[in-house]
Design a protein around this ligand. Structure first.
Ligand code: DER
Length: 236
């Protein structure tokens, strides 16, 4: 489909531009775009560097991607400093701040993004935005300790969050449980909040029981957006 072609274009461009032969520790994100990042890394010339390169996952899906590609699987406690992490996003604003967590992987994703010298986002053009919240309408994903979810839910309501929602499983009774054993609350905030993502991130992160927030503020070095017409837009 045109969307898949666009994702592949963005992923290939990001890998070709930002992964160098001397980069030996690579963080691999989650979602439906990063498989094309791994696909590219298994092709010449990149694959020539894989024998002494370690790939660090951001969750179960990311780990399976690395294992299935036959790449060396590393762990972030073995490699707490990462050369480059490449990951998808749900929306990216004009300052490269991102909403992430559509796949409920934002805690490990942010750990690997922060541990990386270079953090690069790859996405199809639907994610390219001006202000967070303009295109991604499902809210900010907030990872919470199960014990605290109802308390955090009330805190979010008091902040003026419109209809926070505990993310429920499909074909699984009860809430989604993250790779870390936690719940996710999706919270929609007004544009006035979303225009200052740093302040919103801080306010939510300080609520006791919140483990991570799907707002990646000032972290991405560059973002690559693939368009269905075959073009790639790079922003940095
Ligand atoms: O959960 C995330 O942050 C993922 O990176 C994800 O939302 C990106 O999804 P996609 O690559 O399937 O659009």
């Amino acid at each position: 489909t045109p969307e898949e072609k666009a994702k592949r274009l963005a992923a290939y461009a990001a890998v070709d531009e930002h992964v160098k032969p001397q980069h030996k520790v690579i963080g691999i994100g989650s979602g439906s775009t990063v498989p094309y990042v791994v696909e590219r890394l298994c092709q010449p010339p990149h694959n020539n560097s894989n024998s002494d390169r370690w790939y660090i996952p951001t969750g179960f899906q990311s780990k399976e991607l690395i294992v299935k590609a036959g790449l060396n699987l590393g762990d972030v406690d073995q490699f707490p400093t990462i050369d480059v992490t490449i990951d998808g996003a749900d929306e990216v604003d004009d300052e490269l701040n991102a909403i992430k967590g559509g796949g409920a992987c934002q805690l490990r994703e942010k750990v690997l993004a922060e541990a990386a010298t270079h953090f690069i986002i790859v996405a199809d053009s639907r994610k390219d935005s001006k202000v967070l919240g303009h295109t991604w309408k499902q809210g900010v994903p907030i990872e919470v300790a199960p014990f605290a979810w109802a308390k955090v839910f009330v805190n979010l309501q008091k902040m003026g969050c419109e209809n926070p929602a505990l993310r429920m499983g499909k074909m699984k009774a009860g809430p989604v449980v993250t790779d870390n054993g936690n719940f996710v609350i999706d919270g929609v905030f007004s544009e006035s909040y979303m225009r200052d993502p740093a302040e919103l991130l801080h306010r939510i992160k300080m609520l006791t029981g919140v483990l991570e927030v799907g707002l990646f503020v000032g972290m991405a070095e560059a973002a690559y957006f693939g368009y269905p017409d075959g073009t790639v837009l790079a922003r940095w």
